[in-house]
Design a protein around this ligand. Structure first.
Ligand code: SF4
Length: 406
């Protein structure tokens, strides 16, 4: 049904783009009271001590910048904490992404996390997450972070296969990865989540099945599951030919991993690229953002949105600010509905007119015929195949409904 598969989340919408806005305009808005209380803080730490071959994220190899960067973050926290709009928020999720946030030492982590608690209203039940590699998270750092209120780790494992780990330039082999994860699991009751990449060159079916089995055996609370993408700027993108790519084999690997994980009875789909141990990871950082909650971005390379303003911190003293209108924001929330495997059609209809809804239903019937989903009791229920094609379906949905948001 689709010629190509969209691997990541559906891209930007066609049609009207957000307008550039000034810092003065944003600051005037931040003097007002927030209408919605829930919020997220995202902090970017753009440093790693080892660069993975597939990575094109906003990060550089660490070179003694952490003291200065911590000072910069502390200044940003204090600056934003003074605005009434942000004082009125209840932050239910704090997420440190990177790069590798756990590269920060105790002398950096303690003041930054303390400053967050002093300057913002962090809810008692806040989901407090840090991304990490395995080699940057030892038991000493785990206990320190837990004592500071961290209750969730998102760990880039990528694969347990020795061959795959070497290709992706991950630190350490399979046995070291298992040993470290076991130790973390035995010492931590919070959410222990992983990232897994599949469909790297020459990956076998056995390797992807091994990854699924180990996720369950190690009691991992959720795992992101992404097909390898060759981004410009990554070492792999420059050195390895993509001729091996075959969407049918990609699908076989994806579905084998999902079936293996679901056969345990312990996991379900959290969103198209994430599987969750039942009753465990909430992934509030993403879910709140999907529902339209403000995401305050702090640090170099961080992006977010506050009210109708989009923010991207290009460098330490350079920020791009844009402004969307209410329709564009509604479109963002509409698109977010199509990241999940159970979709309420009444909710879909609440965003769009009858004509688009009729066209969408025709499209969903074709998806049903192709085996991607079932239309049942007013819901779209995706199959494993539908989850594989989920972002391609989302892009088509977005194109069909575009006229309702112009
Ligand atoms: S994948 Fe993660 S750990 Fe590896 S270079 Fe990129 S940001 Fe750093």
């Amino acid at each position: 049904m689709f010629k190509t598969r969209q691997k990541g989340h559906a891209g930007p919408s066609r049609g009207k783009k957000p307008q550039a806005a000034s810092r003065a305009e944003l600051e005037a808005f931040l003097q007002t009271e927030p209408l919605e209380k829930d919020g997220v803080i995202y902090i970017h730490v753009p440093f790693c001590d080892n660069i993975c071959s597939f990575c094109s994220m906003n990060r550089t190899k660490l070179n003694d910048e952490l003291d200065d960067y911590t000072k910069f973050l502390l200044g940003e926290i204090e600056k934003y904490g003074k605005f009434p709009y942000l004082q009125g928020k209840n932050f239910r999720s704090v997420y440190f992404g990177g790069g590798t946030p756990t590269i920060l030492k105790e002398k950096h982590l303690k003041p930054v996390i303390t400053a967050l608690r002093v300057n913002f209203n962090i809810s008692d039940d806040c989901e407090f997450s840090l991304e990490s590699t395995l080699h940057n998270l030892n038991l000493g750092k785990l206990h320190l972070l837990e004592s500071l209120g961290v209750n969730r780790f998102s760990i880039g494992v990528q694969t347990f296969s020795d061959k795959g780990r070497k290709l992706l330039n991950r630190v350490g082999g399979k046995n070291a990865a298992i040993k470290r994860l076991k130790a973390l699991r035995q010492n931590f009751d919070g959410m222990l989540c992983t990232d897994i990449i599949f469909n790297y060159p020459n990956q076998s079916l056995d390797e992807v099945l091994q990854d699924a089995r180990l996720i369950d055996e190690l009691s991992i609370d959720s795992t992101s599951f992404y097909s390898l993408q060759f981004f410009e700027g990554s070492t792999l993108g420059k050195t390895i030919s993509q001729d091996y790519y075959d969407v049918n084999y990609e699908r076989e690997l994806h579905n084998a991993f999902a079936r293996e994980l679901f056969s345990t009875g312990n996991y379900e789909v959290l969103e198209y690229t994430k599987f969750n141990r039942k009753g465990r990871d909430e992934y509030r950082y993403i879910r709140l953002g999907h529902q339209g909650a403000d995401v305050l971005p702090l640090g170099k390379g961080a992006g977010g949105h506050i009210g109708n303003y989009g923010l991207y911190n290009v460098k330490e003293n350079m920020q791009m600010i844009s402004k969307s209108d209410d329709k564009q924001r509604a479109q963002g929330r509409f698109k977010s509905l199509f990241q999940y495997d159970k979709i309420d059609l009444a909710r879909v209809k609440s965003f769009i007119g009858d004509e688009s809804f009729g066209e969408l239903m025709e499209f969903f019937k074709k998806c049903e015929e192709a085996g991607y989903l079932k239309i049942e009791n007013g819901f779209l229920n995706y199959t494993i195949d539908g989850v594989f094609w989920g972002n391609s379906i989302a892009t088509e949905v977005s194109n069909i409904a575009q006229k309702d948001f112009e």
